[in-house]
Design a protein around this ligand. Structure first.
Ligand code: DPP
Ligand code: ZN
Length: 859
């Protein structure tokens, strides 16, 4: 497959101002008639041929200006036509079989309904079209189909007419007045019911809102509707963005490759990010729904009104929209906790990507299959990069920058460069050097040393951006670091400062310190870098207890544990000194457990141990088994040393009345956490506690938490509660997904055998992406399962990729990256991983998606 390069971008030679689509809908046969008005693009090189992308289509009829023509040809899947003049009407008929579309790209059937997914290149599976984001058209859509099978007919924009025919069919006409690229097209036809509401915009316009689901799911849509209304209001207040159509529809679909999709006026969602009630969804699920509803809604401006010129600019809409959804969630709940969660995701998903074979800049330079670039780098690091601009400018001036961006580029397909320039002009910043964040991959490392002399503290900083595939040499980037220097006597500081490291090496001096201060740095995670420093454990204990920046407090706890475990694993701390390190960690934990000034949501964050993948990142060459064993042993030590304290927290939290308040949510969080430590320290006693929590639960958070602990333990409670859980929720796909995921992520020594058995369970299917992900994604994080010394875990994932690739290549390719970590893993496992990658690479007929990821991983 061809390599597509950013520098090869050329505007399309033709404009397509208007598109009419007529669908005759059927699950097995849908007929599509398209009519495209095309005009020569005066701003592009002229070509008398027009290339209309197609994927797996055969043109049944082609006419130009009303005349049938035979002079078309196919190039790959694309339809090539020769056009004599400057302006034409092209009409094409195609026929597709949605029921055979297991890739879930284009028009497909899901549980008796029809729906679409067009981003990035799915529209070409529906009809021939210049399927690229810089071709913007207004769409008129006629949908026609059997009334009983498809009582509800939805597309983008506004419904302008509908009617019935005598033959049991009906039809609807939808017009979307806003020009859009083909990736934002959507239609849905099915037997659905709606939760309806309205929203009055800031200029007083009424918008009809509807969330469409299957009949039995209606009562689980309230939270999604609240989240939608909150999003609409928030975007008006925080970014001055008003909604621009009379209706806004959301449809929940159970077979979906991604989380959700921002199609203009008709968002299509994975059911996972719509449906929730207390009995079936956890607090985490509620937060995720709010975040994703916000994310897709915010795309209406950052993505739809201003779209991307080409797919290399994906972070233009995704990085910015992730930042917007993060700020929204922070305003809706606890801002410090949200920030910590966002950083945890970045570190566990993006840092490994940035240090592995799939590393790429947030604006990639080339790809073979664009679906492979919907990554944590483009999304989450992209958000961090824009967040740094906001930190440098301050929120008010940043807002002036985004206002200018929306004003300048409304109705256009823009680039990341356009965005940076708008922020520069609107916020009054110089971002010349800053652009390197768009160009270079790799997580910058900042080493620092604090020197003290007389009354001056001097901070020596040094940055390196590591080499990544195709980028051996890097330039320094500007790194904004928020910092504070604490007086260790008073426990206070004289105000936070922002310093920006722009050179490879730089020093900053601070006077007025008669003794060495305690440094709190990269507060709020002001830059997406990793900080290397030697800090005395007592300073970390001090910051963990005293820092007034919540993130920095969390960071001090993490550093304390990372330093300890890394020292033990690398041998720089002898086993004899293990006790000393543990004592320091134990003191910090005890202080967190006892600190009355902390709310439980924040306490819960401080009690989370750094994850195994983040720990592996800290090591040049990681031994997953050793990391797991050392981390579990620390957990067990904490559980038994602080048994009384954890038991007291569990008891206190269990007495908090359940409900939706932050207090109740915090109580649920620390309750299960206490259980996790107790289970590590005293497995037998805590199995009974977990079973009791399970039985007493009136909500999914408590129930899932208890079951999570039990799945890691041996004993009869494990079996009993797993059976109970399945019987209680069978038939509810999202909860059955949890049941699979709990077992495949468990600490149980036989996790591998469990996953193997679950793959044979009647509820398991390769056809549903949620189910596939719930069984196999958590498994790739298990030291004893995935990283089993026999190599059986690696083989299992490689077998999955080979079996799934012909069905759903996009989802299959997502499983390659866990295998691609071989260069950073000890030699025995590295060889096993490589062998599996080679086995996949040698398989005939591999999809472009999987082929690209496997060859980059072997690279
Ligand atoms: N554009 C979608 C989203 O991130 C993913 N295809 O919202
Ligand atoms: Zn998005």
């Amino acid at each position: 497959p061809a390599l597509i390069r950013r520098e090869d971008y050329r505007p399309f030679p033709w404009l397509v101002p208007q598109v009419s689509l007529a669908f005759r809908l059927g699950l097995e046969k849908t007929r599509v008639k398209s009519a495209l008005t095309v005009n020569r693009n005066a701003r592009a090189d002229h070509s008398s041929t027009i290339r209309l992308n197609g994927d797996g289509l055969t043109p049944l009829e082609v006419t130009v200006d009303g005349e049938a023509i035979n002079s078309w040809s196919l190039d790959g899947g694309d339809l090539m036509l020769t056009l004599a003049g400057d302006s034409h009407l092209i009409e094409i008929v195609t026929e597709i079989d949605p029921s055979a579309n297991s890739q879930l790209m284009g028009l497909y059937a899901s549980g008796g309904m029809l729906c679409t997914q067009c981003e990035a290149e799915g529209f070409r599976r529906i009809t021939f079209f210049p399927d690229r984001p810089d071709v913007l058209s207004t769409y008129k859509v006629r949908m026609e189909g059997p009334r009983d099978a498809f009582p509800v007919l939805l597309s983008n924009g506004n419904c302008v007419a509908r009617g019935e025919a005598d033959d049991g069919t009906h039809w609807a006409d939808w017009h979307d007045p806003w020009p859009k690229p083909s990736y934002l097209f959507a239609l849905v036809a099915g037997d659905l019911v709606a939760n309806r509401d309205t929203f009055i915009t800031m200029s007083g316009r009424k918008v009809d809102l509807a969330i469409w689901v299957r009949e039995g799911d209606l009562e689980r849509t309230a939270h999604a509707m609240d989240s939608l209304k909150n999003s609409m209001k928030w975007d008006e207040e925080a970014f001055g963005r008003e909604y621009d159509l009379d209706t806004f529809n959301i449809v929940a679909v159970s077979d979906f490759n991604m989380g959700a999709m921002e199609n203009k006026g008709l968002n299509v969602f994975n059911t996972k990010y719509v449906l929730a009630d207390r009995e079936t969804a956890t607090d985490g699920d509620y937060d995720a729904i709010e975040g994703v509803i916000g994310h897709e809604y915010f795309h209406n401006w950052s993505g739809n009104r201003v779209t991307c010129r080409d797919w290399f600019q994906l972070s233009l809409k995704e990085g910015f929209t992730v930042l917007r959804d993060q700020l929204f969630s922070a305003d809706m709940g606890s801002a410090p906790v949200k920030r910590i969660e966002d950083v945890r995701i970045l570190r566990s998903a993006q840092f490994p990507e940035d240090s592995g074979p799939l590393a790429h800049p947030i604006r990639p330079d080339s790809y073979r299959e664009i679906s492979n670039f919907y990554t944590a780098t483009v999304y989450n690091k992209g958000a961090e990069v824009i967040r740094m601009m906001r930190t440098l400018a301050g929120p008010e001036r940043f807002r002036e920058g985004t206002d200018l961006y929306f004003e300048r580029h409304d109705g256009e397909a823009a680039t990341c460069e356009d965005f940076v320039r708008a922020i520069e002009d609107g916020a009054g910043l110089d971002l010349k050097q800053f652009r390197r964040w768009y160009e270079q991959a790799g997580t910058p490392k900042v080493s620092l040393r604090l020197e003290h002399q007389g009354d001056t503290a001097t901070l020596h900083l040094e940055q390196t951006v590591p080499p990544t595939p195709g980028q051996p040499d890097k330039q320094p980037v500007p790194i904004p670091l928020r910092l504070a220097l604490f007086d260790r006597k008073t426990g206070r500081h004289d105000g936070e400062q922002l310093v920006t490291l722009t050179e490879t090496r730089q020093s900053f001096s601070f006077s007025g310190f008669s003794q060495p201060p305690v440094l709190s740095v990269n507060r709020g995670f002001s830059a997406p870098v990793s900080i290397e420093r030697e800090t005395a454990p007592e300073d970390l204990v001090f910051l963990a207890a005293n820092d007034d920046d919540a993130f920095a407090r969390y960071e001090a706890m993490q550093d304390l544990v990372v330093g300890h475990l890394r020292g033990l694993l690398s041998g720089s701390i002898g086993k004899a000194e293990r006790g000393e390190g543990r004592e320091a960690i134990g003191r910090a934990f005890a202080a967190v457990l006892a600190d009355d000034s902390l709310d439980d949501l924040m306490r819960g964050e401080l009690l989370i141990l750094p994850g195994e993948s983040y720990l592996a990142e800290q090591m040049l060459i990681a031994d997953p088994a050793a990391i797991h064993a050392e981390r579990e042993s620390l957990k067990a030590w904490l559980g038994s040393t602080l048994e009384g304290e954890f038991a007291a927290v569990h008891e206190r939290a269990s007495a908090v009345e359940s409900g939706n308040s932050p207090e109740a949510k915090g109580a649920r969080k620390v309750k299960t956490q206490a259980l996790v430590y107790l289970a590590a320290g005293a497995p037998e006693r805590s199995a009974a506690m977990a079973a009791a929590q399970y039985d007493a639960a009136d909500n999914m958070t408590d129930r899932q938490g208890a079951l999570m602990v039990l799945t890691g333990l041996a004993g009869p409670e494990r079996t009993h509660k797993l059976i109970d859980f399945y019987n209680r929720f069978r038939g509810n796909a999202l909860v059955v997904d949890k049941w699979f995921a709990l077992q495949s992520s468990s600490l149980h020594p036989q996790v591998l055998e469990h996953v193997k058995a679950l793959a044979e369970h009647p509820d398991f299917t390769l056809k549903n992406p949620n189910r596939v992900r719930s069984l196999y994604m958590p498994f790739t994080g298990t030291a004893r399962g995935f990283h089993a010394e026999s190599g059986e875990g690696y083989r299992m994932i490689a077998d999955l990729i080979l079996a799934l690739d012909p069905i759903n290549p996009q989802t299959a390719a997502r499983f390659v990256s866990p295998l691609g970590r071989w260069r950073r893993i000890e030699p025995v496992r590295a060889a096993l991983l490589r062998a599996e990658l080679e086995r996949i690479a040698a398989a005939p007929g591999l999809s472009r998606d999987t082929h690209e990821q496997v060859s980059r991983s072997l690279g």
